[in-house]
Design a protein around this ligand. Structure first.
Ligand code: CA
Length: 396
């Protein structure tokens, strides 16, 4: 069973992601809060001008090519490279503004999620340096104690993160070329998946990344992949492209997800079904009777194709909802013990429990309370879960 360490009621216990969500889903939807997205958009544009002038790594914005990017997302650029391989535990960025070898490229026309060079690399968005308050304030509706104390983090250098979650099709390419057997397959026990008839989670033999218990197309986020599987994917991607891919740190993830907003969600509390595939009215038939669901319909009971919902102000899709995403960071129950202030990874030397890693962003099976930029859980590195996938990052 997937191990999980979580918040106030379950800290230190080990249980499945689904079990955690069962508890969380029963909590009421938080009230609306002031939406600061518009202000953030203006600041984003200002910072963008500075960044474009300062950083040679910013080039043609993918969004400018396909018309799908918001203004602040103009900072985005899909990048490829030819750097050496071997994924680091800790980001080793080069000085700001310098790229690794290789010319930047843009997304495929009409496809924001795939690089235009056709080598299988995901489209990447360059995220500029900046500061943000990581975690949630104690006043945030729906907050869990794992999200505090809120603390200031400075991101000293740009980095890149994939515009979308890694898809079934992208993961399939990795499997085809390597013959790799995922954790769910190798153990023979399968993935922890949702049984809609029993309205319960169970480890189901025969379920894995290509059969997570519900129908998926190649453009859906891959799930039922363990942290170990995700690491193997980024190793392969690095070797294949010559660029140094890795999973994002937890701080990188939250900085990218917030995209200059300090609200619980980058879309405020308005129209959640426009921005995120979560637990909406469409999922009433699979959700437990007492679950709190969004008061709207996003039209996807399970995963949705990536890149279809409105992106955040950095041009990133599905940062909330669709699939939880693995990060590099070792699990820690809160930010009380000397959290890294520079966006770097939280490892054992910081007191982290590295047999578990932090997951972020919520999924198709989570209501509004979980779909917040600060919410976080931990899952065992070998666990495969039908809610859990990943996106990739690169130091620049
Ligand atoms: Ca949904």
């Amino acid at each position: 069973m997937i191990d999980l360490a979580d918040s106030k009621s379950q800290r230190g216990e080990r249980c499945g992601l689904f079990e955690q969500f069962l508890a969380r889903a029963r909590i009421a939807i938080p009230p609306r809060k002031k939406n600061r997205v518009a202000v953030a958009a203006g600041l984003g544009r200002l910072f963008l001008v500075v960044l474009i002038n300062a950083s040679a790594c910013l080039t043609a914005a993918a969004g400018n090519q396909n018309g799908q990017m918001p203004a602040a997302g103009d900072a985005a650029a899909a990048v490829t490279g030819t750097a050496a391989v071997s994924e680091p535990e800790k980001a080793k960025p080069t000085p700001s503004g310098s790229t690794q070898q290789g010319a930047p490229s843009v997304s495929q026309a009409g496809d924001p999620c795939h690089g235009a060079d056709g080598n299988g690399a995901p489209a990447m968005v360059v995220i500029r340096p900046g500061r943000f308050d990581m975690g949630s304030p104690e006043t945030e509706a729906g907050r869990f104690s794992v999200e505090g104390p809120q603390h200031r983090v400075t991101m000293p250098r740009p980095f890149a993160i994939s515009r979308c979650e890694i898809t079934v099709g992208q993961f399939a390419q990795f499997i085809r070329e390597t013959g790799y057997q995922t954790s769910a397959e190798a153990g023979g026990k399968g993935c922890y998946v949702w049984n809609p008839e029993k309205r319960a989670v169970q480890q189901q033999p025969g379920t894995h990344w290509h059969n997570p218990g519900f129908s998926q197309g190649d453009d859906h986020p891959v799930v039922c992949v363990s942290w170990v599987d995700a690491r193997r994917y980024v190793d392969w991607l690095s070797q294949r492209t010559g660029a140094l891919y890795r999973l994002p740190t937890e701080a990188e993830w939250e900085y990218a997800a917030r995209a200059d907003t300090d609200t619980a969600r980058y879309y405020g509390d308005n129209s959640p079904c426009e921005y995120a595939n979560g637990l909406g009215r469409e999922a009433q038939n699979i959700a437990a009777r007492d679950w709190a669901v969004a008061e709207c319909t996003d039209a996807h009971v399970y995963t949705a194709p990536v890149g279809r919902f409105t992106p955040n102000l950095f041009g990133l899709y599905d940062m909330l909802g669709n699939a939880w995403e693995w990060t590099l960071d070792c699990w820690h129950p809160d930010y009380a013990e000397k959290p890294p202030r520079d966006g770097s990874v939280w490892l054992a030397e910081n007191g982290g429990a590295c047999d578990r890693r932090v997951v972020r962003g919520g999924s198709w099976n989570n209501g509004p309370q979980v779909l917040r930029a600060a919410d976080r859980l931990g899952s065992s590195t070998g666990a495969a879960d039908g809610l859990l996938g990943f996106r990739v990052a690169r130091a620049l």
